[in-house]
Design a protein around this ligand. Sequence first.
Ligand SMILES: C[S@@+](CC[C@H](N)C(=O)[O-])C[C@H]1O[C@@H](n2cnc3c(N)ncnc32)[C@H](O)[C@@H]1O
Length: 200
Amino acid sequence: MTSRDDPGKHHQHRVFSASRAAHLDTWFRRVLYRPDHLAERYVGPGDRVLDFGCGPGFFTREFAKRVGDTGRVYAVDLQEEMLKIAKGKLESENLLSRVTTHQCRQDSIGLPSELNGTFDVAFAIFVVHEVPDPEKLFHEIAALLKPGGTFFFSEPPIIVPGREFEDKVRLAGESGFRPVDRSWFFVNRAATFKKEQVPG
Ligand SMILES: C[S@@+](CC[C@H](N)C(=O)[O-])C[C@H]1O[C@@H](n2cnc3c(N)ncnc32)[C@H](O)[C@@H]1O
């Protein structure tokens, strides 16, 4: 069976090491990816936001600014060290009170089930290719979102070839999401979805 037949089973890429976290939070990345624009586009004041695979919080901080005091960001990562770095940066910008950090397992987000159906928007930026079971991940994200909630994911083109990205988009479409937009997130592949009213 090829990966095309079974899109959940692409070979897994290595987890981005926390020892290289500084590479994810640079002036160059800020200019290139404009995390402030991304937050403005998808996040509103008062929203509940999931930043899955948040790393050192490069995007998380902009989401936290945007949700304001009435919103909340859940920053989820596999690596404790990444969350520690993210917390330090959020604290130094007085944003930590708006953010819940959560260390997940490699095969499950593991947020409390009471949070299901309560998120307005979810992001998975440059992380899906590091996850062993993307289908399970998409189902978990769909469960966390409100009906009609937004899911944005982006993958780097060199690490994730076009065909693999197409398979992931199709997989998300079979996991409770309706694709609403395909774009380039600057130089990276990106897709935006809405959670279906009745989850798949
Ligand atoms: C390339 S970094 C991207 C970080 C951040 N989204 C950014 O773009 O600045 C990928 C992150 O995903 C996390 N990660 C990898 N596999 C994961 C998993 N199964 N569950 C949650 N996080 C995971 C890594 O620990 C790392 O922090």
